[in-house]
Design a protein. Structure first.
Length: 158
Protein backbone atom coordinates (compact mmCIF):
# COMPACT_ATOMS: atom_id res chain seq x y z
CA UNK A 1 0.00 0.00 0.00
CA UNK A 2 1.34 3.38 -1.00
CA UNK A 3 1.10 5.71 2.00
CA UNK A 4 0.09 8.63 -0.18
CA UNK A 5 -2.82 6.79 -1.80
CA UNK A 6 -5.42 6.22 0.88
CA UNK A 7 -8.78 5.73 -0.74
CA UNK A 8 -12.23 6.56 0.61
CA UNK A 9 -12.66 3.13 2.21
CA UNK A 10 -9.31 3.39 4.03
CA UNK A 11 -10.28 6.83 5.33
CA UNK A 12 -13.72 5.55 6.39
CA UNK A 13 -12.18 2.61 8.27
CA UNK A 14 -9.72 4.92 10.04
CA UNK A 15 -12.59 7.27 10.87
CA UNK A 16 -14.65 4.48 12.46
CA UNK A 17 -11.69 3.22 14.48
CA UNK A 18 -10.93 6.77 15.60
CA UNK A 19 -14.52 7.02 16.80
CA UNK A 20 -14.30 3.63 18.56
CA UNK A 21 -11.05 1.65 18.46
CA UNK A 22 -12.88 -1.46 19.65
CA UNK A 23 -15.62 -1.38 17.02
CA UNK A 24 -16.32 -4.95 15.88
CA UNK A 25 -15.40 -5.80 12.29
CA UNK A 26 -19.01 -6.88 11.68
CA UNK A 27 -20.37 -3.48 12.67
CA UNK A 28 -17.80 -1.73 10.49
CA UNK A 29 -18.75 -4.02 7.62
CA UNK A 30 -22.45 -3.12 7.96
CA UNK A 31 -21.81 0.61 8.29
CA UNK A 32 -19.46 0.73 5.32
CA UNK A 33 -21.42 -1.80 3.22
CA UNK A 34 -18.42 -4.02 2.46
CA UNK A 35 -17.54 -7.55 3.56
CA UNK A 36 -15.82 -8.32 6.86
CA UNK A 37 -12.81 -9.92 5.08
CA UNK A 38 -12.36 -6.67 3.13
CA UNK A 39 -12.29 -4.67 6.39
CA UNK A 40 -9.81 -7.10 7.99
CA UNK A 41 -7.58 -7.02 4.91
CA UNK A 42 -7.61 -3.21 4.72
CA UNK A 43 -6.77 -2.84 8.43
CA UNK A 44 -3.92 -5.34 8.06
CA UNK A 45 -2.57 -3.47 5.00
CA UNK A 46 -2.83 -0.10 6.79
CA UNK A 47 -0.92 -1.44 9.79
CA UNK A 48 1.70 -3.14 7.60
CA UNK A 49 2.31 0.12 5.71
CA UNK A 50 3.19 1.87 8.98
CA UNK A 51 0.55 4.49 8.29
CA UNK A 52 -1.94 3.30 10.90
CA UNK A 53 -1.79 1.85 14.40
CA UNK A 54 -4.51 0.98 16.88
CA UNK A 55 -3.57 2.13 20.40
CA UNK A 56 -5.03 2.71 23.82
CA UNK A 57 -5.32 6.38 24.72
CA UNK A 58 -5.73 8.18 28.04
CA UNK A 59 -7.32 11.49 28.93
CA UNK A 60 -4.71 13.40 30.95
CA UNK A 61 -7.45 15.56 32.48
CA UNK A 62 -8.73 12.49 34.35
CA UNK A 63 -5.41 11.95 36.18
CA UNK A 64 -4.90 14.63 38.88
CA UNK A 65 -1.09 14.33 39.13
CA UNK A 66 -0.45 13.84 35.41
CA UNK A 67 1.22 16.80 33.74
CA UNK A 68 1.44 17.25 30.01
CA UNK A 69 3.81 19.85 28.66
CA UNK A 70 5.34 21.04 25.45
CA UNK A 71 9.09 21.39 25.73
CA UNK A 72 10.58 23.63 23.06
CA UNK A 73 14.33 23.28 22.50
CA UNK A 74 17.03 25.19 20.68
CA UNK A 75 19.49 22.68 19.31
CA UNK A 76 23.11 22.90 18.27
CA UNK A 77 22.80 20.26 15.56
CA UNK A 78 26.04 20.39 13.57
CA UNK A 79 24.11 18.89 10.64
CA UNK A 80 22.72 15.99 12.68
CA UNK A 81 19.19 17.22 13.39
CA UNK A 82 17.56 13.90 12.38
CA UNK A 83 19.72 11.92 14.82
CA UNK A 84 19.07 14.40 17.64
CA UNK A 85 15.34 14.34 16.93
CA UNK A 86 15.42 10.53 17.13
CA UNK A 87 17.21 10.68 20.49
CA UNK A 88 14.74 13.16 21.93
CA UNK A 89 11.73 11.21 20.60
CA UNK A 90 13.11 8.10 22.31
CA UNK A 91 13.48 9.68 25.75
CA UNK A 92 11.28 8.45 28.58
CA UNK A 93 8.09 10.51 28.94
CA UNK A 94 8.17 11.84 25.35
CA UNK A 95 4.92 11.21 23.46
CA UNK A 96 6.22 12.74 20.23
CA UNK A 97 8.89 15.16 19.05
CA UNK A 98 9.19 17.15 15.85
CA UNK A 99 11.43 19.64 14.11
CA UNK A 100 9.66 22.98 13.96
CA UNK A 101 9.99 26.38 12.35
CA UNK A 102 10.36 29.54 14.39
CA UNK A 103 12.35 30.29 17.51
CA UNK A 104 12.87 26.64 18.53
CA UNK A 105 14.30 23.75 16.56
CA UNK A 106 12.49 20.84 18.23
CA UNK A 107 9.25 20.67 20.18
CA UNK A 108 8.30 17.60 22.22
CA UNK A 109 5.12 16.65 24.06
CA UNK A 110 6.02 15.25 27.46
CA UNK A 111 3.84 13.34 29.94
CA UNK A 112 4.80 13.15 33.62
CA UNK A 113 2.66 11.14 36.04
CA UNK A 114 4.63 12.08 39.15
CA UNK A 115 3.79 15.77 38.78
CA UNK A 116 6.09 18.74 38.61
CA UNK A 117 9.07 16.99 40.21
CA UNK A 118 9.24 14.53 37.34
CA UNK A 119 8.88 17.36 34.79
CA UNK A 120 11.65 19.26 36.56
CA UNK A 121 13.96 16.21 36.32
CA UNK A 122 13.10 15.84 32.64
CA UNK A 123 13.88 19.47 31.79
CA UNK A 124 16.97 19.87 33.98
CA UNK A 125 18.61 16.45 33.63
CA UNK A 126 17.14 14.14 31.00
CA UNK A 127 17.21 16.46 27.97
CA UNK A 128 20.59 17.86 28.95
CA UNK A 129 22.12 14.37 28.63
CA UNK A 130 21.57 14.69 24.88
CA UNK A 131 24.30 17.35 24.87
CA UNK A 132 22.92 19.36 21.97
CA UNK A 133 20.18 21.30 23.77
CA UNK A 134 21.31 24.90 24.09
CA UNK A 135 18.15 26.20 25.78
CA UNK A 136 14.61 25.09 26.38
CA UNK A 137 11.28 26.54 27.32
CA UNK A 138 8.49 24.49 28.88
CA UNK A 139 4.78 25.10 28.41
CA UNK A 140 2.60 23.20 30.89
CA UNK A 141 -0.82 22.37 29.50
CA UNK A 142 -3.22 23.63 32.18
CA UNK A 143 -6.44 22.39 30.58
CA UNK A 144 -7.24 20.82 27.24
CA UNK A 145 -10.03 19.30 25.20
CA UNK A 146 -9.87 16.33 22.85
CA UNK A 147 -6.35 15.59 24.09
CA UNK A 148 -6.35 11.82 24.18
CA UNK A 149 -2.77 10.58 24.14
CA UNK A 150 -0.65 7.46 24.17
CA UNK A 151 1.40 6.95 27.27
CA UNK A 152 5.07 7.10 26.30
CA UNK A 153 7.57 4.56 27.52
CA UNK A 154 8.91 5.46 30.93
CA UNK A 155 5.41 6.21 32.22
CA UNK A 156 4.25 3.23 34.24
CA UNK A 157 2.31 4.20 37.34
CA UNK A 158 -0.73 6.34 36.67
Amino acid sequence: MDKANLDTLDNDIIGLLTENGRMPIGEMSKRLKVTAPTIRSRIKDLEKSGLFKVAGLVDPNQHPKMITALVAMSIQSHGKMDQILEKIAGLPNVVWAGVSTGRYDIIAEVVCVEGKDELYRFTTKTILKIGNVVRSETFIIMKSRHNWLCLPKGVEDI
